[in-house]
Design a protein around this ligand. Structure first.
Ligand SMILES: Cc1cc2nc3c(=O)[nH]c(=O)nc-3n(C[C@H](O)[C@H](O)[C@H](O)COP(=O)(O)O)c2cc1C
Length: 371
């Protein structure tokens, strides 16, 4: 019997072979949602599970990798954020946000002068990479920049495939120059933070279908499409446009294995196509979220957010406390434009449904019959 994967074009099968997976589908490295359970479930179902490692200490990362391995022997990836430098001017704005949030911090049981959260810096990033190498993780997803040569060479020597995220053609070319084995193109439809690093986020808001083909042509690398993909038909459309695989975040957010807080999952159940908006409140860089009370309160008070990473550092303790307290009005309800299509149930069932829908869409596609 022909499996859906056998009907895919050669370039998709090439990507699967490089990643060691049966199907060219990855879950996104979603902070707060893509823990070991989700990564393991997606890998066990034949895709490439991605463990969000950016905010993990080296010990937590090693433990998380161990927990994935307890659940599956299939390949998986770790997602990290390339560190970015802040500015003095942004620090002043972030401090203003921290002062404005003092009462809220007390309400959540934090000290008014609470310690800002840790956002991965150069030292943490180097330590996280050591864990990836020591643990022999086969695939690394990098966001917010390309890898420096010293890291890229080490990873290449150990056979680690690097998947580099880009939001523009210029960034896709930077990822190629930095040694990426494939480029993840993030369309503006995507949930969570914009992953731009070369151009300001106001100039990095291209739609997914306008990015895929040009990025594949400009880099000659396999392209993994991300942003708003929640059905197999959208997966098929990305492949027809020139992608070799897809990455889905929001489509897995409500699943049993997703570590997203219940209040976040509940909001997704009522989402529509128009529920999300790009805001700077949480990350200090644009992020697509379902707007809640905290965003509205800060916007109405005209308190301008700092930049990344300072604003992110200010918000992290609030977000973690809001998660523990189940306060959906204070969480970063990150979600993409496909939020209304995110289904509950096991992540493996989501993978299976997407594959069935992909197969149905491909069956109707002359493009695939010819290639
Ligand atoms: C809840 C959530 C958290 C995210 N956190 C991160 C992150 O920490 N690092 C990162 O590179 N991308 C992050 N993203 C963005 C994803 O990498 C990816 O671009 C996005 O999920 C794709 O769009 P989709 O959610 O519409 O499928 C996050 C996305 C979501 C929804």
């Amino acid at each position: 019997m022909t499996t859906p994967e056998q009907t895919l074009p050669e370039r998709c099968r090439g990507l699967c072979a490089r990643l060691g997976v049966r199907t060219p589908l990855l879950n996104a490295p979603m902070t707060g949602a893509a823990g070991p359970e989700l990564a393991a479930a997606v890998s066990a179902a034949g895709g490439l599970g991605v463990l969000a490692g950016a905010f993990c200490t080296p010990d937590e990362l090693a433990a998380g990798i161990g927990r994935v391995r307890e659940r599956t022997s299939a390949p998986f990836a770790v997602g990290l954020r390339v560190p970015c430098r802040g500015s003095g001017e942004s620090l002043a704005r972030a401090r203003k946000n921290a002062r404005a949030l003092e009462d809220l911090a007390l309400e959540l049981g934090l000290e008014a002068s609470y310690a800002w959260g840790a956002v991965p810096d150069e030292k943490t990033f180097a330590e996280q990479l050591e864990v990836v190498l020591e643990s022999e993780v086969p695939v690394l997803v990098v966001s917010f920049g390309g890898l420096r040569e010293i890291y890229a060479e080490k990873l290449e020597a150990r056979g680690v495939a690097v998947l580099g995220a880009a939001t523009t053609l210029r960034e896709a070319k930077v990822q190629r120059a930095a040694g990426a084995a494939a480029v993840i193109v993030q369309g503006v439809e995507a949930g969570g933070p914009r992953l731009n690093f070369e151009q300001p986020d106001t100039l990095s808001q291209t739609g997914l279908l306008s990015l895929i083909g040009p990025a594949a042509r400009a880099t000659g690398l396999p392209v993994i499409a991300a942003g708003g993909i929640a059905t197999g038909a959208q997966w098929a459309a990305s492949l027809v446009a020139g992608a070799s695989g897809v990455m889905a975040g929001t489509a897995f957010l409500r699943t049993e294995e997703s570590a997203a807080p219940a209040a976040h999952k509940a909001q997704l159940a009522y989402a529509t196509d128009a529920s999300t908006r790009l805001v700077r409140t949480f990350e200090g860089r644009l992020a697509r979220v379902i707007v809640n009370g905290l965003v509205e309160a800060l916007e109405q008070a005209q308190i301008a957010p700092g930049d990344y990473p300072e604003q992110c550092a200010v918000m992290r303790p609030i977000l973690e406390a809001a998660g523990r307290a189940g306060r959906g009005d204070l969480m970063e309800l990150a979600a993409g434009q496909g939020a209304a299509m995110a289904a509950s149930g096991p992540a493996g069932a989501v993978v299976e449904r997407l594959q069935r829908e992909l197969q149905a869409a491909l069956g109707a596609s002359v493009f695939f019959a010819r290639e």
